[in-house]
Ligand binder design. Structure first.
Ligand code: GLT
Ligand code: MN
Ligand code: MN
Length: 385
């Protein structure tokens, strides 16, 4: 039950288990790993998918022969393990050229360079059959508010996504886009900072049906928002195309911790939501091992992300059949929310409703017993039920 397999659709980015442990204050603590080796180790753990940035797979500056060697090594490892490429993305944040932005850089030449880099990277992802392409606008933002007219930045952001949708359609790649919000870091403020901003932006695009979101646990949590409720709204809107799972303490820099290692109750309700909503996309871990760890610890970290997910999925199944929890849900009136309030508007229905006598004091008398319900959830999670 806790053994990961392809049916669970677990995926990792090359940059996650391959992260060398650099941080703003410290040098690498782990040696680089070859993409082919990463795929083989992930395959051994029962992982279904792998994702990459263009620069993870093909670091800038490789010779033609080195490029070919890395591509062949990667392809061979995919074929040998059956691991699929579940997502591709572009690095539009490391090189100094993007220090002032990529799609929203003030310099039009930099914006055009960014688009060309993305198109080449989309070709690479398509070559490996990636069905989803992620956009994380790490450098799309400002420190000096005066330096960038905010609405024009959104115009340029939209222009870029529209252009790239056109590119994918023209090439007939079977690929959808997933936009990843983040409130800040590395920029002081990032455009499209939350799931809600992103959902509203998508509706302004030329091809809104082709574009969804890739929310990340750490990013909403940094802003003090409920990731669970953001993901629920994305699902409700039919826009959860991809998800980045990790863990994060609220109010800090982006920690990208092992999935489920912080805020366990939130992680439980997230897994329950994904499983019960029938979400079919990748369970993609965008996390990295602690900087204290190296070697085999990296693979233990990867196994831990998946094991915690499966434990929480099992807890969700227990939740659904636990008689006390079901009784507490009834007492809370949880299932009554599925009953329509009034149905569609008609003049008669409106008049009838206005003429109805309500007694708010009587209605207010009801208790909902939420304390009991939540305590039962805690006991389930703490392993005494
Ligand atoms: C980077 C970022 C992530 C994004 C990745 C995709 S890169 O690690 O912190 O949240 O998902 O570009
Ligand atoms: Mn992410
Ligand atoms: Mn992150």
């Amino acid at each position: 039950m806790l053994a990961p397999g392809p049916q669970h659709r677990f995926a990792f980015g090359l940059w996650t288990v391959g992260h060398p442990g650099t941080d703003p204050f410290g040098a690498p603590v782990r040696p680089p790993l070859e993409p082919g080796e990463i795929v083989r180790r992930l395959g051994d753990l029962g992982v279904w998918g792998v994702s990459f940035h263009d620069d993870d797979l093909l670091p800038p500056g490789l010779s033609a022969a080195e490029r070919q060697q890395r591509l062949t090594g990667f392809r061979k490892a995919l074929d040998a393990t059956g691991v699929v490429v579940s997502m591709g993305t572009t690095n539009l944040f490391t090189h100094p050229v993007f220090k002032e932005g990529a799609f929203t850089a003030n310099d039009p030449e930099i914006r055009r360079y960014a688009l060309a880099k993305v198109m080449r990277s989309i070709d690479l992802a398509a070559e490996f059959g990636a069905p989803t392409y992620v956009f994380w606008g790490g450098r799309e933002g400002v420190e000096a508010m005066a330096a960038k007219p905010a609405c024009e930045a959104l115009d340029r952001y939209r222009e870029a996504i529209d252009f790239l949708c056109g590119y994918v359609r023209d090439r007939e790649y079977p690929m959808r886009f997933a936009l990843e919000p983040k409130p800040n870091e590395p920029r002081g403020d990032t455009f499209l900072p939350t799931i809600g901003h992103m959902l509203a932006f998508i509706e302004t695009l030329d091809q809104p049906a082709m574009v969804g979101v890739n929310p990340e646990v750490a990013h909403e949590t940094m802003a003090g928002l409920s990731f669970y409720h953001g993901v629920a709204q994305a699902l409700w809107a039919g826009k959860l195309f991809h998800i980045d799972l990790n863990a994060q303490k609220p109010g800090r820099y982006d920690q990208d911790l092992r999935f489920g290692s912080e805020e366990v109750k939130d992680a439980f309700f997230l897994v329950k939501l994904l499983e019960e909503a029938g979400y079919q996309g990748p369970r993609h871990f965008d996390a990295r091992p602690y900087r204290t760890d190296a070697g085999e610890d990296v693979w233990e970290f990867a196994a831990g992300c998946m094991r915690t997910y499966l434990i929480l999925a099992d807890k969700a199944r227990r939740f659904a059949v636990d008689g006390d929890i079901q009784a507490a849900l009834s007492a809370a009136g949880a299932s009554d929310l599925a009953t329509p309030t009034v149905g569609g508007h008609t003049r008669e229905a409106a008049e009838k409703l206005k003429a109805t006598e309500f007694d708010p004091d009587v209605l207010a008398d009801r208790g909902y017993h939420n304390e009991r319900l939540d305590q039962l959830v805690m006991e389930l999670l703490l392993g005494v039920r």
